[in-house]
Design a protein around this ligand. Structure first.
Ligand code: HEM
Length: 483
């Protein structure tokens, strides 16, 4: 960065060069004794604060320091139908008060849909074939998510599954395009962005799919009140209807909120599994270690979900090495370089006198913190048992687990406003990976290695063209008794 570099060039460089720009600020931060620095995105300047402030910042309520207000600004809400995210928070309440409160039950429900989708989405090749692992994972995660949110048979509706994958891409593209223009041009530019029309179309489709489900639940409630006994799936949509206010129960609101939940959950989770597979193929010595752990659990409890006492609650915590592998994989491939992101709703003065004016966007340099030698010794080494060792050496068995946030690991955000779906995501990732590893072998096509990550502003995603080779495991049947 140079004083002479025009702002728009700096902002343009940020689009694909965010990691370099943030890193150069982070390195200077040490030089200037942990002071904040600013990165310039097309639409906004973001003040990047040292994570030493997080213990203080995490206590601020979202009325003063808001994560969701930063998110809707990232989505250019006025033009992408997402303002309702700041008007009320039913989509967060359902995750905190229902999904996480009954996590094991919902993971078991999601597992049934994983079983259904498996033969449909996962090929069964006897010999090596090239596959798009990322798309396969998106389908499986989409199915599992749809099962808990909408229930059966909507979770098998191909139109909904397509929407759950496409909505994020269209929304991301629309917001990205709009952010390149100043707000005063949005009323014109918005009409010229094709992705915005696709978002609109997706929302219309969502209304068409969600509407009859809402009618059915209303009807069931009426009949139950009249004394009839009615069987219903305990879906998150039903909970949202029962606990939402009149406005939240309007069809457009509910359909939009369900779509926003796909935006938060599908690509993030499926990238988690895909990244682990890419890392395993780059470090194949870990395949047998993770397989042995799975086999141990199968020996002790039987196969996941096959009998009482072998559900997600008992099974998944035993996959400690896989858990640790995920944390390391996420360290190398966090979904976002700047997290958590917040908007100061009111002026804030921190204990050391640092002043954050109202309207300021703040964030922490998640990737750099994860890769700082003071936090992670030898950060360039892929060492997937780091968390496992920390847990066993310290005897703190409930710590250093995937999904737990910490001022040094911000991949799921931090504090009261951290990702409310993270424990479900980790459970899904483990269930999918465990089955993949037992049934298949994976490797890179000849001449290929670990795909690079791509950057779009501070967002990180694996090379969409990356492919793996897979085939059915030959010793799978002997090792675990699967046919
Ligand atoms: C590996 C998968 C996932 C990753 C890496 C991830 C990451 C994140 C991050 C970094 C945030 C911002 C947190 C903050 O600002 O402190 C977030 C927010 C959020 N996540 Fe996740 N997430 C994942 C999966 C999920 C799933 C499965 C769901 C839903 C079931 C979900 C729902 C949400 C929601 C609704 C928010 C917004 C919270 C708010 O506005 O307060 N996420 N996530």
């Amino acid at each position: 960065m140079s004083w002479f570099e025009p702002t728009f060039i700096l902002q343009t460089r940020y689009i694909t060069g965010a990691r370099k720009i943030i890193t150069s600020g982070y390195e200077k931060l040490e030089q200037y004794r942990d002071s904040p620095f600013v990165v310039r995105r097309y639409d906004v300047d973001i003040s990047v604060l040292p994570n030493k402030y997080l213990n203080e910042l995490r206590l601020y309520p979202n009325t003063k320091l808001s994560g969701v207000k930063a998110q809707v600004k990232n989505l250019v809400d006025k033009w992408t139908y997402t303002t309702l995210m700041i008007e009320s928070n039913l989509h967060i309440r359902v995750l905190q008060n229902k999904l996480t409160a009954e996590l094991a039950k919902y993971l078991d429900i999601a597992k049934t849909e994983l079983n259904h989708g498996w033969p449909l989405d996962i090929p069964q090749p006897d010999d090596w074939i090239e596959v798009d692992m990322q798309q396969m994972m998106r389908m499986l995660v989409g199915r599992m998510s749809a099962k808990i949110f909408l229930g059966h048979p909507a979770c098998r509706n191909m139109e909904w599954l397509k929407l759950s994958i496409d909505f994020s891409i269209d929304m991301f593209t629309a917001a990205f395009m709009l952010r390149m223009f100043p707000p005063w041009l949005h009323p014109i530019v918005a009409w010229l962005v094709p992705a915005r029309y696709r978002v609109r179309r997706n929302l219309k489709t969502a209304e068409r799919i969600i509407g009859p489900l809402m009618d059915k639940h209303r009807d069931a409630l009426k009949r139950k009140a009249a004394g009839e006994s009615i069987e219903e799936d305990d879906t998150l949509l039903n909970w949202m209807m029962d606990n939402g206010n009149e406005k939240e129960n309007r069809l457009f609101e509910m359909a939009t909120r369900q779509s926003i939940l796909t935006l938060a959950s599908i690509h993030t989770t499926s990238m988690g599994v895909a990244n682990m597979l890419f890392d395993l193929c780059a470090h194949p010595e870990w395949f047998p270690v993770l397989r042995e752990e799975i086999q141990q659990v199968e020996k002790e409890l039987g196969k996941l979900g096959e009998r009482e006492g072998a559900g997600a609650k008992q099974w998944l915590p035993k996959l400690e090495k896989m858990d640790s592998f995920f944390v390391e994989s996420q360290r190398f491939n966090p979904p976002i370089l700047l997290a958590p992101q917040r908007l100061a709703v009111v002026p804030i003065t921190l204990k050391d006198g640092t002043h954050i004016p109202a309207g300021t966007r703040i964030a922490c340099a998640n990737w750099n913190i994860l890769n700082d030698p003071s936090t992670t010794p030898s950060p360039d080494t892929f060492d997937p048992m780091r968390s496992y060792r920390k847990r066993h050496e310290s005897g703190e068995f409930n710590k250093h687990l995937a999904g737990q946030t910490d001022k040094d690991n911000l991949s799921f955000g931090h504090g009261k406003q951290a990702c409310p779906g993270r424990y479900f995501a980790v459970g899904e990732i483990k269930m999918i990976l465990a089955r993949l590893l037992v049934e298949f072998e994976f490797k890179y096509p000849k001449g290929k290695g670990r795909p690079s990550n791509f950057y779009a502003d501070e967002n990180v995603f694996p090379d969409p063209w990356a492919r793996l080779l897979m085939r059915k495991r030959r010793e799978a049947c002997q090792a675990c008794g699967r046919s």
